[in-house]
Ligand binder design. Structure first.
Ligand SMILES: [Zn+2]
Length: 485
């Protein structure tokens, strides 16, 4: 049996996954800054984190997944400059920043649920973790890693010898390529704010807290260190994010966290490559962003998008297209249908008599199904090779449809395989009956009566009516199975 290997951005190679504590994974994911509805590109990295968690769970780990919500302190220029993204949006919407954060957090949570993402262990908000941030900045100050300027407390990157180990942006590289600094009080261009004072351009910052350095608010990077340490301790097994987070955000998280604890902050750093729109990057500034709402309005399920994102390896740039979503919808439906068919398979009596004796000694996942199970596990263990794992599902589908006799053990192994595939991918659950509109449900009820009366003429007529409403009904084992066309 293969063991899980993951590509670690920190070491730039695939490494065997091990944990600090046996059987337990401490995983932190940089969540959204809630100043607008996140675009589908943002969700691709959250989906990768969800996939990692799901696969670790299938592999028998307990996963403590913490995913934050940034509701203050993320400045437009990511590092130290510009306006707070949320306060800027609040001005535009003529409301206060907390109302903005609350509104977009609700949209984000709605989208995550629609995308089938599992609820994390904790979802800390930055505004609720200020005390811990101030403590971290205090410790960094005591240890001599910081300096104070007119407008804040800065981390001195020159004091941290390992700066650049994640992104390759070492101090030499950065000095050579640095642009003219806006803030001439900074000692090095890569120094970043841990705490911003409510002075100068931030004099009117609405969200502010008392601190040893006067009223102010936290820098973006320190938030994630504080929120991860609060719930997961000094050392993480996995830290995830989008590739845009590698620099400066994650580089800065490492610098400040390791300076505080003297320990390695995270063993694995895993990053999702970005989603492109045609040849361009999807970004708010380019105005080519799509949200989950756009996907739904085009007539797709958010789970079709989930399938699309998982059909490409997470370290490959995915080129988004509506054709891709459409193909994903069809492929996903095929899998869901097949899994439904398997649910109604019965073990054959003949098979029972001839094969059961032999299979009794075997493990349920052995035999032909076991081969697919093993291939699926190998694919996922090989740095989460989801396209390969999907190919195994389709192979197993073709094979199983050609099987006539099912022994008890083989059927059990097939159902286990399906349960594993469902938990891993999170988009193959049977369609909820509650999704079926009331109008269609009423026709289905009528049709059931007609069929019970053997009135097939009426039954067929009702089938056509249901079809006109965009739903297809099939009869399986005396039950009506309905799906959206
Ligand atoms: Zn973060």
């Amino acid at each position: 049996m293969s063991s899980l290997h993951l590509y670690n951005t920190l070491t730039k190679k695939e490494e065997e996954f091990t944990t600090i504590e046996e059987g337990k994974v401490r995983m932190y994911t940089c969540g959204p800054t809630v100043y607008g509805r996140p675009h589908i590109g943002n969700y691709s990295s959250f989906l990768m984190a969800d996939l990692i968690r799901r696969w670790l769970e299938v592999s028998g780990y307990e996963v403590l997944h913490v995913k934050n919500i940034t509701d203050v302190g993320h400045l437009v220029a990511d590092q130290n400059e510009g306006e707070d993204k949320i306060e800027k949006q609040a001005k535009q919407e003529k409301t206060d920043p907390l109302a903005v954060a609350k509104k977009y957090e609700a949209m984000y949570l709605e989208d995550e649920a629609a995308l089938g993402m599992l609820e994390p262990f904790k979802r800390p908000r930055a505004t609720e973790t200020i005390k811990e941030m101030i403590e971290l900045v205090n410790t960094l100050e005591e240890k001599g890693f910081t300096y104070e300027t007119e407008d804040g407390i800065y981390f001195s990157v020159e004091k941290f010898a390992d700066y650049g180990k994640l992104s390759g942006n070492t101090l030499d590289n950065l000095s050579a390529g640095s642009r003219v600094e806006v803030n001439d009080e900074k000692k090095h261009p890569a120094d970043f704010a841990l705490w911003k004072k409510c002075v100068g351009e931030n004099a009117h910052h609405i969200l502010r807290w008392d601190s040893p350095w006067g009223e102010g608010f936290p820098g973006w990077h320190i938030e994630c260190s504080a929120m991860s340490m609060k719930f997961l301790g000094d050392e993480l097994d996995i830290h995830t994010g989008g590739e845009d987070n590698i620099f400066p955000h994650h580089e800065c998280e490492i610098a400040q966290s390791e300076s505080v604890t003297g320990k390695s902050f995270s063993r694995f750093w895993i990053h999702r490559r970005r989603i492109d729109m045609g040849s361009e990057k999807m970004s708010k500034s380019l105005g080519n962003v799509l949200s989950i709402v756009d996907v739904i309005e085009k007539g797709y399920s958010p789970l079709d998008l989930r399938y699309l994102f998982l059909s490409v390896h997470y370290r490959t740039n995915l080129k988004f297209s509506w054709k891709g979503v459409d193909d994903s919808k069809k492929a996903r439906r095929k899998v869901v249908e097949w899994m439904g068919e398997v649910g109604s398979l019965k073990e054959s009596k003949d098979a029972k008599e001839t094969k059961e004796k032999k299979e009794k000694q075997e493990h349920p996942s052995s035999g032909a199904v076991g081969k697919y199970t093993e291939k699926f596990i190998d694919a996922m263990n090989s740095d989460l090779n989801t396209p390969q794992a999907l190919a195994v599902i389709f192979d197993c589908m073709s094979w199983s449809r050609n099987q006539k006799d099912w022994s008890h053990n083989a059927l059990e192994a097939l159902n286990d395989f399906i349960a594993m595939a469902r938990h891993t991918f999170g988009c193959f659950e049977p369609e909820e009956v509650s999704d079926v509109p009331a109008e269609v449900r009423a026709l289905l009820d009528e049709r059931k009566v007609a069929r019970d009366d053997k009135d097939f003429k009426t039954s067929d007529k009702l089938r056509d009516q249901i079809k006109e409403l965009g739903w297809e009904v099939r009869d399986e084992e005396g039950e009506q199975v309905v799906r959206k066309m």
